[in-house]
Design a binder for this molecule. Structure first.
Ligand code: IMP
Ligand code: MG
Length: 178
């Protein structure tokens, strides 16, 4: 009797519960707090999808830390556009900083493959990646991910910040397309 959620023309079923997410995010927050002690890391969260993960992750971190939000070219429908047109909103000086990118989901890896070099140009001391989800079977690039909450099958998912045509971001769990 799994709950079915309908968004536009598609139906979704629960894949990862809010309790599982909470436990995993708090574990990753604990690791980040240990690994970056004394470094005042700055989270760079990629909007829109990562806003909920970023907010929960930051609250699970107990050391000094900062956050800044950036926006990249939008993802339309079920397929990644495969290119970034613009980087909007980054007004933090990253020179010498410890940067942790916060992403909602790594699918093909196109987004991060274009985004990471843009950040590197700003001269940070280090760049790490924290992602809520990754679809290893869909990955088309070599990307070293430092913190992954959940590896999933290459299915379309929504919830906890992720959308299907802008709906579903407010679901507290993660739901997969049926
Ligand atoms: P990539 O560039 O192919 O790695 O895709 C990354 C971006 O595509 C993510 O930040 C999401 O915005 C979007 N995306 C990829 N897969 C999904 C999905 O299953 N549901 C919702 N958005 C997705
Ligand atoms: Mg995204």
């Amino acid at each position: 009797m799994a709950e079915v959620v309908k968004l536009h023309d598609l139906e979704f079923e629960l894949m990862i519960s809010k309790e599982e997410i909470r436990a995993r995010v708090s574990q990753i927050g604990g690791w980040i707090s240990e690994h970056y002690k004394g470094q005042n890391p700055v989270f760079i969260a990629i909007l829109n999808g990562s806003f909920i993960f970023a907010a929960d992750l930051m609250r699970a971190v107990t050391i000094d830390c900062e956050i800044s939000f950036v926006k990249l070219a939008s993802y339309i429908g079920e397929k990644s556009s495969g290119k970034i047109d613009e980087l909007i909103g980054l007004n933090t000086d990253l020179k010498g900083r410890t940067v942790i990118i916060v992403e909602d989901i790594i699918d093909s890896g196109n987004t991060l493959t274009r985004f990471v070099p843009m950040l590197e140009e700003m001269g940070p001391n280090s760049i790490s990646i924290a992602t809520l989800l990754i679809k290893p079977e869909a990955l088309e690039h070599d990307i070293i991910v430092d913190y992954t909450a959940f590896e999933i099958d290459p299915k379309f998912v929504v919830g906890y910040g992720l959308d299907y045509r802008e709906l579903g971001r407010n679901l507290p769990g993660i739901y997969q397309k049926i």
